[in-house]
Design a protein around this ligand. Structure first.
Ligand SMILES: *Cc1c(COP(=O)(O)O)cnc(C)c1O
Length: 373
């Protein structure tokens, strides 16, 4: 049996399939070990300028991209503080979208949850119906629900939300962006945020986001923006090619290295690689069930499956945490179910810099574990 710490012929990469944090290539880890620069001088201006260009291409936007040295949850809070005037409709279909609702309540705005069962996606028609009551000035949604592997139809939802004047769409694409297509400007997203440790395949600790002009206008009218997540402050700093406060400079080095690699591969190629990895997992689950008689199934329905994470239902004989333990003994890291799905499911994070080839090795090991029992 191999141990996770043993490095094999692949250079050790390709064994860590947690749906966040994801595996980070050694080049990216090493990029962090560079000397400090002042955060108010020319070195920082050059760094921020390069990061802006790379990030704008990743977000498919011409707007500035905010860089927060906090985890993604920080920018979920920023979305609420800067984007909600009075009452927000929170689309809830899993643990992270539920958290968005809780953050809204904790920030002191009125918030209603529109819940659909975990494993389901949100239906634009149902959202339209909920908004027609005319009570909400913003909507939160999670693009790729990391707890269930569901991908919400963001473009369609944006179309519906923007049918209601003065209603903003706030999108958590933490496990989507960089792995699943996101067209910030074309889809007219008012706020879209992500974190560094999912499909970006960076160490945890950075939050990234884009705000529409409409959102920035609203933010200027609001008095509950606070300090640390005040997007006007972020904007003022970016105008000077700086970040507010002292940023995590080492993480910015990692981001610079990874952006160069992402654009070398090509963003659409990166999306395609993620699609291929997802299809590999989906076909494997079907084959295990129909070909090998192992009763496993994918929680999310086919048109709404995330290309970055798959949540798989287990037979009663084995729990998520037990399977995680067994795979660890084989030298692989996968995720147990999340929240209330902890025992009955497990999750594979097929995102970031993983490849179909390394994923196949994982699936072979999983197969031995599930069939061999
Ligand atoms: C991981 C994740 C978060 C939380 O990110 P942190 O960096 O831990 O704050 C939020 N939303 C989704 C969809 C996630 O996958």
């Amino acid at each position: 049996m191999r141990n996770v710490d043993e490095r094999d012929a692949t250079g050790g990469f390709g064994r860590f399939f947690l749906p966040g944090p994801t595996e980070v290539r050694s080049e990216v880890l090493e990029a962090q070990a560079q000397a400090m620069i002042g955060h108010r001088g020319g070195d920082m201006h050059a760094l921020v300028a390069e990061l802006q260009l790379g990030l704008q291409r990743v977000f498919r936007t011409e707007r500035p991209v905010f860089i927060g040295t906090c985890s993604a949850t920080g920018f979920m809070e920023a979305a609420i503080r800067n984007g909600v005037r009075r009452r927000v409709l929170c689309l809830v279909n899993g643990a992270f979208s539920q958290r968005f609702h809780q953050i809204a309540l904790a920030c002191g705005v009125e918030a209603d949850a529109l819940e659909v069962p975990w494993g389901h996606a949100h239906d634009p028609v149902q959202v339209e119906h909920a908004l027609s009551e005319g009570r909400h000035d913003a909507v939160t949604v999670v693009h790729s629900e990391t707890s269930t592997g569901v991908l919400n139809p963001i473009a369609e939802l944006s179309w519906v939300v923007h049918g209601f004047e003065g209603t903003l769409l706030l999108v958590d694409s933490v496990s989507g962006l960089c792995g699943a297509p996101v067209h910030t400007d074309q889809w007219a997203l008012d706020f879209v945020l992500t974190g560094s440790q999912k499909a970006f395949a960076l160490p945890p600790g950075l939050a990234l986001a884009v705000a529409s002009a409409r959102l920035m206008e609203r933010a200027a009218e609001l008095s509950h923006r606070g300090i640390y997540f005040d997007l006007l402050e972020q904007q003022r700093s970016l105008d000077r090619q700086e970040l507010p406060n002292t940023p995590a400079i080492s993480l910015l080095y990692a981001l610079r290295a990874q952006l160069r690699a992402i654009h070398e591969e090509g963003l659409t190629q990166r999306w395609e690689r993620h699609r291929q990895m997802a299809v590999l997992v989906w076909n494997w689950v079907d084959w295990m069930r129909d070909g090998r008689g192992i009763p496993i199934s994918i929680l999310a329905a086919p048109p709404y499956r995330s290309p970055t994470v798959t949540c798989i239902r287990l037979p009663e004989a084995i729990t998520g945490p037990a399977l995680v333990q067994r795979m660890r003994a084989r030298g692989f890291v996968i995720g147990a179910g999340y929240g209330k799905l902890k025992n009955e499911t497990f999750r594979i994070g097929h995102m970031g810099d993983h490849t179909p080839e390394s994923l196949e090795l994982l699936l072979e090991a999983l197969q031995e574990e599930l069939v061999g029992r």
